[in-house]
Ligand binder design. Structure first.
Ligand SMILES: *[C@@H]1O[C@H](CO)[C@@H](O)[C@H](O)[C@H]1NC(C)=O
Ligand SMILES: *[C@@H]1O[C@H](CO)[C@@H](O)[C@H](O)[C@H]1NC(C)=O
Ligand SMILES: *[C@@H]1O[C@H](CO)[C@@H](O)[C@H](O)[C@H]1NC(C)=O
Ligand SMILES: *[C@@H]1O[C@H](CO)[C@@H](O)[C@H](O)[C@H]1NC(C)=O
Ligand SMILES: *[C@@H]1O[C@H](CO)[C@@H](O)[C@H](O)[C@H]1NC(C)=O
Ligand SMILES: *[C@@H]1O[C@H](CO)[C@@H](O)[C@H](O)[C@H]1NC(C)=O
Ligand SMILES: *[C@@H]1O[C@H](CO)[C@@H](O)[C@H](O)[C@H]1NC(C)=O
Length: 536
């Protein structure tokens, strides 16, 4: 087998067997916009005489974005030698018309927090008239303006003559394919410092992703500091230096809002909860062996009424700290062994006429939990992992079912046939690492690739890349996530027909990866390459 492969390699040249060097594009936008028209006309732009001009509504979010992008846009240091250039094609750049401003036209007032289904559409026009170049960005929404400034920043190409940049005449009309484009981070298996969470938000925004799904607690540690139940983190965190206070959570939420990134917390129950146990006696089910408790614990004890009052108080606090309408309630991988061993649970199930049906017992729990969340003062909507649906739990019609297991095509067909909104993650588990260009596999996963009516497909809200934390901490979070998650970002932002060809995406993602490097993020390499103008 290997011999045949080897011979095939020799016969076909290196492209099939080795990884060829891929030349990055110049001035292309990632993720790819819905409509782009460019022409041969180009303009020059000099940092010293360029600025942003707010022509209509303004607000803090916009002013801060302008400050941020003024730094970002010109972060490919102009005093550094630009070693690969388009000098051959642009010998007469001095005759190009200058662009001295990006005019920003926001036609409606700013909103404060991003939300599911917010408007992210924008248009950019870069053109010449009366011997000056003009650049205009317009949108009815601050979120569209944020996406458009990112796009503008990517259109600029460093000219061989620092500090000038050039940009082609361009018209872009853009907006997202899916409203929910997220990344899951996990701060239970490893603590992630606040700074690394904020870097992650920066990179989400540069990728036009709009959800940070914060899987904040799990069995290994409970770093969320609750004012109502301080023992949870006192006894459940790895250490009292590895915590997220109300104030720090507020910072993450506020920072996300400035970039149009929603922060959706996950409090996963009834499984994945061991770290809750020490701080909340009675919450977990004691497991039995040989007729008596053996000192170990299983999922939440659904038969203990006090647990529901506790959850109501805790989730009231959580939903006040995270203003997003949605909370993720988990519900995955509930092991029934411990429930099966506990005689109290057996008694309870007998009285409820559900003997032996542990799926029904889970339903009893989830039904009460969903009822609590629906009736919180904040009236939250919720997302749950697919098992809750698979186990036949009766769900409220606006539940969002998050698909993560194998066989996702059949699952999406079933979930949407049931009329539920859904998110896909199965193809995008970035914590599974392997040799080679795995971003191509992420790019080849098409969420509409299942058999269903178009009405069913409309129930797909988007998806999330997941960087689970078992083997990820601050030393590798950024490198391992990016630019692999960028493949997912384009899949979820750009129109289906523009994301079918992974080979045409390859030179563009190379360029984008280099831009992230220039901006100071240690995002890993996609294969043999170098970033022009930098010593990478
Ligand atoms: C931009 O303009 C240059 C110079 O005229 C031209 O060579 C290049 O093809 C143009 N690029 C695009 C994407 O239109
Ligand atoms: C933008 O440029 C104009 C003209 O050079 C200048 O007067 C103005 O202060 C600049 N604004 C900012 C925010 O830099
Ligand atoms: C941008 O402005 C043009 C011209 O006024 C308008 O037709 C278009 O709808 C606007 N686009 C957006 C996204 O607001
Ligand atoms: C926290 O745990 C301590 C024992 O370590 C206990 O005395 C105290 O009552 C607990 N606090 C609450 C609010 O449950
Ligand atoms: C069983 O239920 C009783 C009565 O509710 C309670 O006192 C006891 O702690 C429970 N034991 C276990 C192991 O769940
Ligand atoms: C359980 O089933 C018995 C016999 O069918 C019935 O009398 C009883 O009311 C049921 N109990 C519950 C809680 O549904
Ligand atoms: C869709 O259905 C057709 C015909 O039944 C089948 O050949 C195809 O494999 C199905 N596609 C998927 C993605 O399940």
């Amino acid at each position: 087998m290997w011999k045949e492969l080897f011979l095939l390699c020799l016969a076909s040249g290196t492209a099939l067997c080795g990884y060829p060097y891929i030349t990055p594009t110049q001035g292309q936008v990632w993720p790819r916009p819905k409509e782009v028209q460019t022409s041969q006309t180009y303009f020059k732009l000099e940092p010293e005489i360029f600025n942003f001009t707010v022509k209509a509504h303004n607000c803090d979010i916009l002013e801060l974005a302008i400050a941020r992008y003024s730094a970002i846009i010109f972060s490919n240091p102009s005093d550094r030698k630009r070693d690969v250039t388009r000098g051959d094609t642009l010998k007469d750049e001095n005759s190009a018309l200058p662009i001295t401003s990006l005019d920003i036209v926001l036609t409606k007032e700013c909103e404060k927090y991003p939300y599911l289904g917010m408007n992210e559409e924008y248009e950019i026009r870069i053109a010449g008239s009366n011997n000056v170049g003009t650049a205009t960005l317009n949108s009815t929404s601050i979120w569209g303006i944020l996406r458009g400034i990112e796009t503008f920043s990517q259109l600029l190409i460093p000219d061989p003559e620092p500090p000038t940049y050039v940009v082609n005449a361009t018209v872009i009309k853009d907006g997202p394919r899916f409203p929910h484009r997220g990344l899951l981070i996990d701060t239970s298996r490893h603590y992630l410092p606040l700074l690394h969470i904020l870097y992650t938000i920066d990179l989400l925004a540069m990728n036009k992703m709009n959800v940070l799904h914060w899987h904040i607690v799990d069995s290994q540690s409970f770093p969320y500091v609750s004012d109502a139940f301080p023992n949870l983190s006192l006894k459940g965190a790895y250490s009292q230096e590895r915590l997220y206070s109300a104030d720090e959570i507020g910072q993450v939420v506020a920072y996300g809002a400035l970039s149009g990134v929603r922060v959706v917390p996950e409090f996963d129950t009834p499984g994945h909860t061991l770290s809750w146990g020490p701080g909340q006696p009675g919450f977990l089910t004691p497991c039995y062996s040989g007729g008596k408790p053996d000192g170990t614990f299983g999922p939440v004890d659904p038969t203990n009424e006090a647990n529901y009052a506790f959850l109501k108080t805790l989730l009231t606090e959580v939903t006040q700290r995270f203003p997003d309408r949605y909370i993720h309630l988990g519900g995955d991988e509930v092991s029934f062994n411990c429930w099966e061993s506990n005689p109290n649970i057996t008694d309870y199930m007998k009285k409820a006429n559900i003997t032996g049906d542990y799926g029904k017992l889970e339903e009893v729990y989830i039904t009460k939990l969903l009822d609590i969340v629906t009736n919180l003062p904040t009236k939250n909507g919720y997302i749950i992992w697919q098992e809750v649906f698979d186990n036949g739990v009766k769900l409220a019609p606006d539940t969002v079912v998050h698909v993560w297991k194998g066989g996702w095509q059949e699952e999406l067909a079933k979930v949407t046939e049931g009329g539920f909104k859904t998110l896909l993650s199965t193809c995008w588990y970035l914590d599974y690492i392997s040799y080679g260009s795995d971003w191509r596999n992420y790019y080849d996963c098409e969420p509409f690739d299942f058999n269903a009516t178009s009405a069913q497909k409309e129930l797909i809200q988007g998806g999330e890349a997941c960087i689970w934390g078992e083997f990820v901490d601050k030393t590798n979070l950024i490198q391992r996530t990016w630019p692999r998650a960028s493949a997912v970002a384009e899949k979820l932002w750009s129109p289906e027909e523009l994301t079918k060809d992974v080979n045409s995406a390859a030179p563009r993602i190379e360029e984008f990866r280099c831009k992230l490097v220039y901006r100071g993020y240690n995002v890993e390499s996609l294969g043999p390459s170098f970033c022009p103008g930098d010593n990478f």
